[in-house]
Design a protein around this ligand. Sequence first.
Ligand code: NAG
Length: 328
Amino acid sequence: MTKLTALIIVFIALSSYTTPTSAHLRIRDPPTRRSPESSYYNQHKCISNNLASPVGFQGKFPYPCRGFARGPALKTWTAGQQIKVEIDPNANHHGGHCELAISYDEKNFAVVYQAFDRCLANCVTGNRAGCTITATLPASLPASKNAILAWSWIAREGNREYFHGCSDIEIKTTKKAKRAAKKGYTGKKMLVANYPGYPTIFEFNNTYNGAELYKRQPSITIAPSKNEKAAKITASAGGCPLPAFDMGDVSKLPKKLPVPNTPCKGNEPARCLHPEDPGLNGLLFIACDGTSWQQGSLSGGLKCVETEKGMMGYSLSAGDLKDDNNYN
Ligand SMILES: *[C@@H]1O[C@H](CO)[C@@H](O)[C@H](O)[C@H]1NC(C)=O
């Protein structure tokens, strides 16, 4: 490598260097799986103290639903009603893109609410309104005792991460809405990004925020399965394991690194640049923004780790999970 290229790389890394934070945002109400606010999860000693970390944090908490087993519905809503989803304030990174989605099977999440650019930018301690998302549940959502509300958030600034949590809810329908609900609810498929195997949305600026990826999402129709039985409630006392996902086999990645600004498809894995170097270079990565390969950098305190599904940020400081009740 010439001195000049080395200098350019160092410059790119420094120009988007941001301060590390260990906690970000998470849903407070309706209580998520393993929520510290829920008496059910408290009784079962099944609390996660890392709910505000991104999915995939330290190879744990996979998408969807952070890998947590389904619990009882802790909130009942009626299709067509206005709902309030309250977020627990913490580092808000000047906001970002938010989605709320509903699922009946934990696989297909159909969007019921979107806010772009500055979603939760005013979510700070003491500003409850700024931490509250108000939405209307579509009237055509079929009733179910085992529905899931999912929230996702991609921050404007900072590490490229995907924040996501699931709350088990019951959905009721009014007599009037029952006919519309027969066909199921059709909405956009919830976007997953900044997670291994999915496209990367880079830090937003005046001309770019990655929102076109949301627009390109296909529509899906969701409905409870016809012979839906009461969902198995597995978050029982003593059975509260912490899920981890398979990090994959690096040797399956193509040997050559992608070239910046050349075309790519969204599903190509993001790669670390010089992953073996724990210093500055280990913070750099190259990822597909849905159209072309772009270089980016992780903020301090994180390291690039490559998996066959793509790169992920990994905390340099061990022990972040030590205070998670599930981690022992
Ligand atoms: C905005 O961000 C995109 C994606 O990282 C980048 O390609 C572009 O050069 C940036 N534009 C400006 C003006 O910084």
